[in-house]
Design a protein. Structure first.
Ligand SMILES: Cc1ncc(COP(=O)(O)O)c(C=O)c1O
Length: 482
């Protein structure tokens, strides 16, 4: 068999060694229990150093795929504990009020403790902090623009940044005018504006389930009702699911007014929406004049071959409003997000002005320089690699340590794992006990307006990977067992 590594690739050579052994296993060239090539053999064959192969083999050991036997070499593990993916819950038929604000407040008050192992908050850039590059770009902006960079900017956003975003959308096939973009304070403000544009208090909003709790809190804050559509842990939402949800509402029920769906990578499941489903969902919703707010904050953090395309691409009637931000790929503290809508941009700009006037000009300017230099694209490519590796490490650790009836997601991107524990486990209690042991996790209850995920937790692998993380997961598994 012809084997070679790509010396020009941005993927580290030792990662490529990991890929190679995994590939040989998947193709059946290597079977469980087989001895894998020795360090020296593989190094010679691939024309790389022995320490590089060793680093790859150590990573394979960490992933639970390979074991080292003293004086015998490395072997493919005979049994690799693989857990099932979480179950898809049943569709409910009624919309309900949310009522999660108080609980979210309590959780937030605790999870930001600096001393705790931060597995609760999803902050992907923590895995590879870009602060030095951002600081350099920010200093450059201040030295070039002086006090202008510290003043108020244009109300709908800094034009060079809107242009950079328009170029990126063009790469994804979406032709747009920068005037159709409004810069916001993070994706959360974009979602707020979109929801205020499409619905009013008392209206029913369909969301995927489990759903990012910030969206549930927003729906609650605006006095709307939520209708949860269960998501398949792998493929995300399907057009059939949405059709069934629309058709299964009782005749006396209030109709769905708008939907908020993650159209690339979902949080917390890390599911990836299939393009044909995405297109069919847009067509279905537009045929019934239902607006779709697409939340695309994790779109760039995919682990597969290519990025999911924005649902905006498939819109014929302009009822899709795209919301996203740089919070997951640059700096959440910058609070730079955007809303894209060829149809609603002027109204969105008015609402933005009324809500918060404008977003930080210095941060917008910094981001536009960072993008224009090409650094942003390079960084996001590296971040994806690091997150994918962290995901594999965390998943391997969970599979080795947690009780075998645990179900764990197989994310296609993003920075979180979703664990479905035994129904006897109360995720809220586990959250408290874990905090007492210096570990913060997100209790599953926050991800639905009902109690259906009370035995679930969400863990973030958007962290710098250390022994402490591995030990933390082990401690957590002991709590789950007890
Ligand atoms: C799915 C999802 N949407 C929106 C947001 C809000 O993003 P931002 O921090 O840019 O407001 C988050 C943040 O965690 C998220 O996970």
């Amino acid at each position: 068999m012809e084997i070679a590594l790509d010396q020009q690739s941005e993927r580290f050579l030792y990662h490529q060694v990991v890929d190679l052994i995994c590939d040989m296993q998947q193709k059946g060239t290597l079977r469980p229990g087989d001895r894998i090539p020795s360090l020296r053999q593989l190094a010679e064959r691939l024309d790389i150093s022995v320490p590089t192969v060793k680093q790859g083999y150590l990573e394979l050991e960490r992933l639970g795929l390979v074991e080292a036997r003293p004086k015998s070499g490395y072997f493919l593990c005979a049994s690799q504990a693989r857990m099932n993916t979480p179950r898809k819950p049943k569709q409910t038929t009624y919309a309900v009020p949310v009522g999660r604000q108080e609980m979210i407040e309590q959780v937030h008050a605790n999870v930001h403790q600096r001393s705790a192992l931060p597995l609760a908050i999803c902050n992907p850039v923590s895995a590879l902090p870009p602060h030095k590059a951002l600081a350099r770009n920010m200093r450059r902006v201040i030295s070039l623009a002086g006090e202008q960079a510290l003043g108020y900017g244009p109300l709908n956003g800094f034009l060079p940044l809107r242009r950079q975003l328009a170029f990126r959308y063009l790469d994804m096939g979406v032709m747009m005018d920068p005037e159709q973009l409004v810069i916001t304070n993070g994706a959360q403000e974009a979602l707020t504006i979109a929801l205020m544009l499409l619905a009013k208090p008392g209206d029913v909003i369909a969301v995927e389930s489990p759903c990012y709790f910030g969206i549930l809190e927003l729906i609650e804050g605006l006095g709307m009702l939520v209708y949860e559509i269960p998501v398949c842990p792998d493929d995300g939402l399907t057009a059939d699911d949405v059709q069934r949800a629309l058709d299964s509402q009782p005749v006396d029920a209030q109709p769905i007014k708008a939907c908020i769906f993650s159209t690339s990578i979902t949080n917390p499941l890390g599911a990836k929406l299939q393009e044909e489903n995405k297109k069919a969902i847009v067509e279905l919703l537009e045929s019934r004049d239902i607006g779709l707010i697409e939340d695309d904050v994790y779109g760039d953090l995919y682990f597969g071959e290519s990025r999911g395309l924005p649902a905006q691409l498939y819109s014929q009637k302009g009822l899709v409003i795209t919301c996203s931000s740089f919070s997951k790929t640059a700096a959440p503290s910058h609070r730079i997000g955007w809303l894209l809508s060829p149809r609603f941009a002027p109204q969105a700009a008015r609402l933005k002005r009324a809500l918060s006037c404008t977003s930080s000009l210095l941060n917008q300017w910094t981001m536009s320089e960072y993008m224009a230099s090409g650094e942003y694209e390079r960084y996001v490519r590296q971040l994806r690699e690091v997150l994918k590796l962290n995901m594999q490490r965390m998943k391997a650790k969970v599979e080795a340590a947690f009780p075998k009836e645990t179900r764990v997601s197989s994310p296609h991107g993003g920075a979180v794992l979703w664990l479905e524990l035994s129904r006897k486990v109360n995720g809220a209690q586990l959250f408290q006990q874990a905090l007492e042991q210096g570990i913060s996790v997100m209790p599953g209850t926050l991800f639905s307006a009902s109690d259906k995920y009370r035995h679930c937790i969400r863990l973030s692998y958007g962290v710098s990977w250390t022994l402490d993380v591995e030990k933390g997961i082990e401690r957590l598994s002991l709590l789950a067992r007890s």
